[in-house]
Design a protein around this ligand. Structure first.
Ligand SMILES: C[S@@+](CC[C@H](N)C(=O)[O-])C[C@H]1O[C@@H](n2cnc3c(N)ncnc32)[C@H](O)[C@@H]1O
Length: 227
């Protein structure tokens, strides 16, 4: 889910859209992504010793919190671009959260075993190069979940879903989405090699209406590392 700390001022319309999004998609999306990403992390880790995972653009942190229930011995750190509101400062849930500038990740090289960028890069296209480069620098493996636009229709529907999922929270809406070509170009530019691609992620199978209009091949996960 988008960041609940992006703005404290939410109109009645924004609150209604947040509730609609929670009912329509949020928990199912997190359940599906959490299970897939956890399986991939479990198969890529070596041994059972603690693994450090950086969740970049963590939103409400529900994805990493679900991953922690599937994967043993995870030490998570969550980054996003908003300051933590005063009322969360002593909340144990938010102790793993750190604000950063959206481009420079304040950790040493290879500090993390894994980084996750789940539906983040398309929210900040202009910084996607530096953000991905930084993710590759600080972690051995980066797991990206994002969208592919395949046509005018898919672009329109992805925009619509982004409005439902983010506008209510005050998070900037994306202007663009990856195509398979532009995503591969970005991987080449940052010097990354893809270890695995998972296409066709069923995020809307729980709702017959949504599954008619929203296609699973607009969703992908790409697991990458430095060349
Ligand atoms: C659609 S939400 C995804 C939240 C979470 N990763 C998930 O999958 O549920 C997009 C998140 O990206 C964050 N974001 C936008 N630009 C960013 C940047 N340059 N660096 C890090 N996070 C960013 C937003 O604040 C928001 O929390």
């Amino acid at each position: 889910m988008s960041s609940p700390i992006a703005t404290s001022k939410k109109s009645v319309l924004k609150k209604s859209i947040i509730n609609l999004h929670k009912k329509l998609s949020h928990s199912h999306r997190i359940a599906v992504l959490g299970e897939i990403i956890s399986k991939e992390i479990s198969s890529l880790r070596s041994g059972r010793e603690e693994i450090k995972i950086l969740d970049i653009g963590c939103g409400d942190m529900s994805l990493i919190e679900l991953i922690q229930t599937y994967v043993e011995n995870v030490n998570p750190i969550c980054l996003d671009i908003y300051p933590l509101p005063g009322e969360y400062l002593n909340d144990s849930k938010w102790q793993k959260y750190k604000q950063f500038d959206g481009q420079n990740i304040p950790y040493d090289g290879n500090y993390f075993d894994f980084s996750i960028l789940s539906d983040v890069l398309h929210h900040d296209f202009k910084n996607s190069y530096s953000l991905l480069k930084e993710s590759l620098r600080v972690s051995h493996i980066t797991i990206i979940k994002d969208h592919f636009q395949k046509s005018f229709y898919s672009r329109l529907m992805l925009k619509f879903m982004d409005i439902i999922g983010n506008w209510g929270y005050g998070v900037a809406l994306p202007k663009n989405y990856f195509t398979e070509v532009s995503f591969q170009k970005l991987l080449n530019e940052v010097g990354a090699v893809e270890i695995k691609r998972i296409n066709n992620i069923e995020l809307y199978s729980h709702n017959i209406f949504l599954s008619i209009f929203l296609k699973s091949d607009w969703q992908f996960i790409s697991i990458i590392k430095k060349k």
